[in-house]
Ligand binder design. Structure first.
Ligand code: NDP
Ligand code: GDR
Length: 369
């Protein structure tokens, strides 16, 4: 619902998974939501198309601006034009494996990009009028020296992505201390949803399981099955971002479920949910997931998906966020898997109809993720 002088939020990365959930959440709270999107040769707003409003209509609540975190001038221009009360910096090259291929680009967007926004706030004299949220990450813990990880656990990032985000974390703390900006780091552990990018492991698995179940594909290739992650639902996590900016004092918070599972366990749940139960045979790179009844090989390990340096175990301790923000994770892993598999079964059914009608169906152009 549109009101006079609504609170204005600016989201970088609005076209991503979290941007879409956060935009929907803030709109439901009565915000006018502005988003920065990058120019792309294809439409890139699929995740927020349901929120889209005709640009010819006045008093819109969702407004998109072209910009890029690697381009200071665009950041300054959008901030000046919008004069937001809250900025959520979600934009990033967010794929850990890709960051090994594009380390400098990742450092520029994910590290210096944070500085560009904070400097823009200073240049425009917005230190007191605007609050800032930085999308920090459990990847900061990397080779963690304690489990579960909490706000006080030392950082030891294990990828160019993690190192770039380390800069983003500390520049946010520094601008809070140096200039009194209300700036918070949300140290979010992995969070997933049907909107998750298809090359992150959970979505790769739920999509793969659905397509194998319907006969669109034969097999799924994965990397390190031993990696353990603390997986929550993105819908729950965007609420924590907002809560951080509604407090009396700015601070940094771990957001996690407190539980951890291996990639193998996630795959077992997802394939069972898709109606093709798995059992595991062999060890290491020879390990295979076979159909529990027919013995057909459905999952194989391919070392090309291994990372040069891996993060073995992430498990967060969200007790500070629970105590101070009153936040709790609402979705169990089983519920998350069910929702993702149901979504991907539906998408696979659509592809099946197209294939049977003679249209070509895209498999996936990704071969190293
Ligand atoms: P996505 O990869 O789904 O979305 C990233 C968004 O950033 C997209 O909108 C993308 O645009 C945009 N983007 C990328 N590069 C730039 C750039 N140079 N300038 C402007 N925008 C850019 O990530 P998520 O939604 O999953 O994550 C949101 C944020 O939270 C990221 O910063 C991520 O690193 C961080 N994070 C995520 C976690 C998770 O488990 N999901 C956990 C902890 C932190 P386009 O659509 O054009 O590619
Ligand atoms: P992550 O997420 O690196 O934790 O970063 P991802 O889902 O890519 O990997 C999780 C774990 O699964 C292992 N793995 C595979 N990963 C991918 N992508 N593809 C595979 O085939 C595969 N097989 C095994 C990985 O090695 C890893 O251990 C995500 C991103 O959203 C970051 O932006 C965010 O900061 C962190 O979560 C918290």
């Amino acid at each position: 619902m549109w009101t006079l002088n609504p609170k204005k939020a600016l989201i970088t990365g609005i076209t991503g998974q979290d941007g879409a959930y956060l935009a929907e959440f803030l709109l439901s709270k009565g915000y006018q939501v502005h988003g920065i999107k990058r120019r792309s040769s294809l439409f890139n707003t699929a995740r927020i198309d349901h929120l889209y409003e005709d640009p010819h209509v006045e008093n819109r609540n969702l407004i998109l601006h072209y910009g890029d975190l690697t381009d200071s001038s665009s950041i300054i221009r959008v901030l000046q034009e919008v004069q937001p009360h809250e900025i959520y910096n979600l934009g990033a090259q967010s794929h850990v494996k890709v960051s090994f291929e594009t380390p400098e680009y990742t450092a520029n967007g994910d590290g210096i990009g944070v500085l560009r926004i904070l400097e823009a706030m200073r240049i425009l004299g917005m230190e007191r009028s605007c609050r800032f949220y930085q999308a920090s990450t459990s990847e900061l813990y990397g080779k963690a020296c304690e489990v579960p990880q909490r706000e006080t656990t030392p950082f030891y990032p294990r990828s160019p992505y993690g190192v770039a985000k380390l800069y983003g974390y500390w520049i946010t703390v520094n601008y809070r201390e140096a200039y009194g900006i209300f700036a918070c780091n949300g140290i979010l552990f992995n969070h997933e949803s049907p909107l998750r990018g298809e090359t992150f492991v959970t979505r790769k698995i739920t999509r793969g399981a659905a397509r194998i179940a319907l006969g669109l594909e034969e097999k799924l290739y994965l990397g390190n099955l031993e990696a353990k992650r603390d997986w929550g639902h993105a819908r729950d996590y965007v609420e924590a971002m907002w809560l951080m900016l509604q407090q009396d004092r700015p601070d940094d918070y771990v957001i996690a479920t407190g539980k951890t599972y291996t990639v193998r366990e996630f795959a077992t749940l997802a394939f069972a949910e898709a109606g093709i139960p798995l059992k595991w045979e062999g060890r290491g790179p020879e390990e295979k997931g076979v159909h529990a009844k027919t013995g057909r090989v459905l999952v194989e390990v391919d070392p090309r998906y291994f990372r040069p340096t891996e993060v073995d175990i992430l498990q967060g301790d969200p007790s500070k966020a629970m105590r101070v923000l009153g936040w709790r994770p609402r979705t169990t892993l089983e519920e998350l898997v069910r929702e993702m598999v149901a979504h991907d079964m539906e998408a696979a059914r659509r592809d099946l109809v197209c294939r049977d009608a003679g249209y070509s169906v895209r498999r996936s152009a990704e071969d190293v993720l």
